[in-house]
Design a protein around this ligand. Structure first.
Ligand SMILES: *[C@@H]1O[C@H](CO)[C@@H](O)[C@H](O)[C@H]1NC(C)=O
Ligand SMILES: *[C@@H]1O[C@H](CO)[C@@H](O)[C@H](O)[C@H]1NC(C)=O
Ligand SMILES: *[C@@H]1O[C@H](CO)[C@@H](O)[C@H](O)[C@H]1NC(C)=O
Length: 317
């Protein structure tokens, strides 16, 4: 009995001197932006620096998922992690036995890295955690949603004002209302999807529904100007030009952001929507001012009828 205990103790001490030691973090974090994850495993004290005498095993929650046999240059992968691979096979002789795999295959949990070099070996553990978070910064999302809301408000205010002040052909009215409703529904659905946590198809679709249908605001503005003015003044064309310009910038921003996580070009979307909203605001002010003046200076198109009636009245007398 004593003999056995002494033997165990001795071999533990003996093995201790032949053990490989490791460095690196105990915990790594993965966010929704990580397409791949790398589980770090760094050996401090390799002696031979020769891949031919090395063997690497990765376990997840105690179960082997990956192994690499340096002598045979052979990999073994569990079917749950087909993408798993050494982060860099070339760096293995330098002691880097990190494992890289696709994020979706890497469930959270405790992984262990076991490295053997000839008769020396060692094992280290790393915990993979997941932290969920939004795709865009909160403040960026908020600005995007507010700008979209402003475009809708400025368009609706103009339309209400015009509808009260001018006679609109029923067909045109229906067209404007249908366009407006489509725009608003897309904006609401887009906002709901976009505001979700994470970076997935729903968030991308949400941003698309916010940016792409904003195009509707341009013809709406054109129709509304058309009701107020018989022939569009240059100012109206300039304002429409700026709306189109803002729209194009927003769409370019969307294209830059949609496949990027984190989205580095959120500011381009914001700039585009801001130009659109500004052009919409000035258009609204322009329509309000022009419309209010109409009382004293009737629109030429309408004014034509009255002299005709007067003339008729004169003839009847
Ligand atoms: C996730 O991605 C970030 C940024 O690219 C990186 O720093 C981090 O190490 C990745 N996480 C894991 C577990 O690989
Ligand atoms: C793993 O990496 C090695 C070299 O680093 C490469 O030759 C091999 O094709 C990779 N295997 C997979 C499945 O990606
Ligand atoms: C991983 O190990 C740590 C420490 O032993 C433990 O607190 C944690 O719950 C484990 N995580 C999982 C997912 O088993």
């Amino acid at each position: 009995m004593w003999l056995l205990a002494a033997w165990v103790l001795l071999s533990a001490v003996g093995a201790g001197s032949a053990q490989l030691t490791f460095s690196g973090p105990d915990v790594v974090e993965r966010t929704d932006c990580n397409r791949t994850v790398t589980l770090p495993c760094y050996v401090n004290n390799l002696k031979e620096n020769n891949i031919k005498v090395m063997f690497v095993t990765w376990k997840k929650q105690g179960k082997i998922i990956f192994s690499f046999d340096g002598a045979k240059q052979a990999f073994l992968r569990d079917e749950t992690v087909p993408s798993a691979n050494l982060t860099s096979q070339e760096d293995l002789p330098k002691g880097i036995a990190s494992l890289t795999l696709i994020s979706a295959e890497a469930g959270v949990g405790n992984y262990s890295c076991e490295v053997t070099e000839s008769n020396r070996e060692g094992e280290t553990r790393v915990e993979l955690r997941h932290s969920s978070g939004p795709w865009f910064l909160l403040v960026e999302s908020a600005i995007i949603i507010v700008l979209l809301l402003l475009v809708i408000i400025f368009c609706s205010a103009q339309f209400s004002f015009i509808a009260l002040k001018y006679e609109i052909e029923p067909q045109k009215k229906t067209g404007i209302i249908v366009g407006g409703v489509i725009f608003i529904v897309a904006a609401v659905v887009g906002t709901v999807l976009f505001a979700q946590d994470g970076y997935a198809a729903q968030n991308q679709a949400g941003l698309g529904l916010i940016v792409v249908p904003a195009m509707i605001a341009v013809p709406l503005q054109y129709f509304m100007f058309g009701i107020v003015f018989d022939s569009l003044p240059p100012t109206a064309f300039v304002l429409i030009f700026f709306q189109i310009l803002g729209y194009i910038i927003a769409v370019v921003g969307f294209a830059l952001c949609v496949s990027a996580c984190p989205p580095l070009h959120g500011s381009v979307v914001i700039a585009g929507l801001a130009i659109m909203a500004s052009a919409n605001f000035i258009s609204m002010a322009y329509v309000f001012i022009t419309g209010s003046r109409m009382k004293d200076h009737p629109r030429p198109g309408k004014a034509v009828e009255e002299p005709l009636n007067d003339a008729k009245g004169v003839m009847l007398e």
